[in-house]
Design a protein around this ligand. Structure first.
Ligand code: HEM
Length: 385
């Protein structure tokens, strides 16, 4: 009873007076109960909030405090606020429970982010034929042709295909079919997401003890240790050669087109450490394998619901292939592009988007004041329905 009243007082203190509180069936409930309502009914809570406040912010209480959900018309201004004021990394690290999942490294090191932006994306035309080859080989290995109708779980098969392609981009040709790496790149994410989902159901003060009781937490740690052991020798050797001026990635060589090589060539200071680089590789696998898998599966389901599109897409790809396939051919697949975009619009990767943690006070052009340490987001999923 004492704890209930204590939590109620705490919840009252964090509730902002100026915004409607959504997700609470009565005037006010303790935050651990509001947290459970949010965990099980997030989509419904956001839908209700948005329908009652189409142009105004509203708030939702989770165990970690009040989150302010902004209306869609602030999207442009929110996306233009620099990271030093409204940090997406800190919001992501906060949501994915950085200290328990190893995600806290993304606050200390931004190397993975700059490698994706400055090395991987500009070199996609060099890497794309390699990814195509890996895709063909992965499909042959994982989804072999069969003579009759065969029941399969596409989610599981495409998970392996996605891991193979991500591995080609992240660890390069020598390791991309390594069973240990492929296992880590799928299972680290899965185990950590179980850890996150379970821990977030409980009050923050319980987590430092509760995590030790979760097998997923230990499995996540085990995957990370395995990744460091696996990538360690290669990283050590390449760093040695790079330091001695004997090796650096050749921009024209497809074998050198992978994140591991670019990281070694770029990492400085604290980042130039074998464990840190292996850790960042695992975090990139976390960012890429399941997101790509979910996109593949969603597109497949959306197309299955509209089978008339299959012939249109097939025709578009065949026409383009007749002109000779090259990395630039993808830019001409307009119908496929709109299917991918539309599928992503109706089933985005996360229910909430544009998550930001404010590191200073900020006032929007419309006068909306956001105090330092606020967590804000947008109901991307519901806005797109
Ligand atoms: C269809 C596939 C993908 C989708 C839908 C997707 C979606 C997202 C989303 C929503 C975020 C923001 C996370 C948040 O704030 O909640 C994000 C961040 C990020 N993604 Fe992706 N992603 C995809 C593929 C990839 C791939 C292939 C890579 C790397 C090769 C990648 C690397 C990253 C990185 C580095 C971040 C930022 C993490 C940080 O700030 O430290 N993503 N992605």
């Amino acid at each position: 009873m004492f704890y209930y009243l204590y939590e109620l007082a705490l919840t009252r203190a964090i509730t902002k007076k100026s915004y409607q509180l959504v997700g609470s069936p009565v005037q006010l409930l303790p935050k651990s109960i509001l947290n459970l309502i949010y965990a099980f009914r997030c989509s419904h809570v956001m839908k209700t909030g948005l329908s009652q406040n189409p142009t105004k912010p509203f708030q939702v209480i989770r165990d970690d405090g009040s989150i302010l959900v902004l209306p869609p018309d602030l999207l442009e201004e929110l996306s233009s606020i620099p990271g030093q004021i409204a940090s997406p990394n800190e919001a992501l690290e906060h949501d994915l429970l950085g200290p328990y999942t190893g995600l806290n490294l993304i606050i200390e090191s931004r190397l993975h982010h700059s490698i994706v932006q400055r090395k991987l994306t500009p070199r996609l035309s060099l890497l794309t034929p390699e990814l195509e080859k890996e895709l063909v080989s992965a499909v042959e290995d994982i989804i072999p042709s069969c003579d009759d109708w065969t029941e399969v779980k596409m989610y599981q098969l495409l998970g392996k295909v996605s891991a193979r392609m991500a591995a080609r981009a992240l660890v390069g040709p020598s390791l991309c079919r390594n069973k240990v790496w492929l296992d880590i790149s799928v299972n680290y994410t899965e185990d950590h997401f179980y850890t996150i989902v379970i821990l977030r159901l409980f009050p923050g003060w319980m987590r430092p003890v509760l995590c030790y009781l979760l097998p997923f937490y230990w499995k996540g740690k085990y995957h990370m240790r395995k990744a460091k052991n696996l990538l360690g020798p290669k990283l050590t050797e390449l760093i040695r050669q790079n330091d001695a001026g004997q090796w650096s990635p050749d921009n024209k060589k497809k074998e050198d087109a992978h994140v591991l090589a670019w990281m070694i060539d770029t990492a400085k200071g604290d980042d130039r450490n074998v464990d840190t680089l292996a850790h960042l590789e695992v975090l990139l696998a976390l960012a890429s394998v399941y997101t790509t898998l979910l996109r593949m599966v969603n597109v497949l389901y959306d197309l299955t619901a509209k089978p008339e599109y299959f012939a249109l897409l097939e025709q578009e790809i065949k026409t383009e292939a007749k002109n000779g396939w090259s990395p630039s051919s993808y830019a001409n697949l307009h119908k496929l592009d709109s299917v991918l975009r539309e599928s992503q619009r109706i089933s985005p990767p996360t229910t909430l988007g544009m998550k930001r943690k404010f590191k200073t006070n900020y006032t929007f052009a419309n006068g909306l004041h956001i105090p330092k340490d606020s967590y804000v987001c947008m109901p991307t999923h519901q806005s797109c329905q």
